[in-house]
Design a protein around this ligand. Structure first.
Ligand code: ADP
Ligand code: MG
Length: 257
């Protein structure tokens, strides 16, 4: 059996004549942070879309804790413990911060529509409990956000939206969280706060792992255990940041675009 928490083998997806992800082998351990870097259009977001079941791969496999989940529908993959954020933030602007996080719990809450109809009191109690838990999750990411937990998400600046999305991702109690360019739109101070949030979440949740697409080299240098480089859909390097960045093929990938 595989030791990896999340593993892809030969993962490939073609769109017509374009091979957007081309034979990618990735392995993510427990309690590990792996950053994926690479030029624009290299296939990084598409890789996330294939791992999370938005697209079915043309070839290759995805396994979580040694179980094959290749081609499973997105909701099943989410329920299995892989959750994600998107490159552009996807919050419900007209809902409060707390309610945005409660929505992230949906695949774990027991209360169904039937309970809500037949036993409204019980449903209410479970919702209150969910709201309280959501508040705690927000606090664990940022005490500052917690102070604003009853305001509408639409009022948040970009950096806070990103942080709230991480709180929402945590709400489903995942094994691995995929973040697509979490520091986009952040200044250095925001990025430092983001890294601190991720570290504190990892310290509190045994075994939780992150797969992070990033372009901010400050974060890539400081946060992950390991870095994988994608270029034209292929993984061209995988290892320690300082080693990877010196490889001629990595430098060429960045210069050549
Ligand atoms: P990155 O996230 O590394 O910047 P993407 O994964 O977004 O790159 O895109 C990789 C390539 O795949 C791009 O050429 C993009 O146009 C193409 N692509 C992504 N999704 C689709 C799709 N649904 N249909 C056709 N081409 C796509
Ligand atoms: Mg992308």
């Amino acid at each position: 059996m595989s030791q990896a928490l999340l593993e892809t083998r030969g993962l490939t997806i073609r769109f017509g004549g374009l091979t957007a992800v081309d034979g990618v082998d990735l392995s993510l351990g427990r309690s590990e942070i792996l950053c994926i870097i690479g030029p624009n259009g290299a296939g990084k977001s598409t890789l996330f879309n294939v791992i999370t079941g938005i697209y079915r791969p043309s070839k290759g496999t995805v396994a979580l804790e040694g179980r094959d989940i290749t081609g499973n529908p997105a909701h099943r993959i989410a329920a299995a413990g892989i959750t994600r954020t998107f490159q552009s933030s996807r919050l419900f602007n007209d809902l409060t911060l707390v309610d945005n996080v409660v929505i992230g719990m949906h695949c774990r809450t027991r209360t169904g529509v039937l309970t809500a109809l037949l036993r409204p009191g019980k449903a209410r109690a479970e919702l209150d409990e969910a709201a309280e838990r959501a508040g705690e999750l927000i606090r664990s990411i940022s005490p500052d956000l917690y102070e604003r937990r009853h305001t509408l998400a639409g009022t948040l600046p970009q950096a806070d939206r990103r942080r709230l999305e991480i709180a929402r991702a945590l709400a489903s109690d995942p094994k691995v969280i995929l973040l697509d360019e979490p520091s986009s739109g952040m200044d250095d101070r925001d990025t430092d706060a983001l890294m601190a949030s991720i570290r504190s979440v990892m310290a509190r949740r045994a075994g939780l792992s992150f797969l992070i697409i990033e372009h901010d080299m400050r974060l890539v240098r400081a946060l992950p255990d390991r870095v994988a480089v994608i270029d034209y859909g292929r993984k061209i390097a995988d290892g320690d940041f300082q080693e990877v960045r010196q490889l001629p093929r990595v430098q060429q990938a960045y210069l050549g675009h």
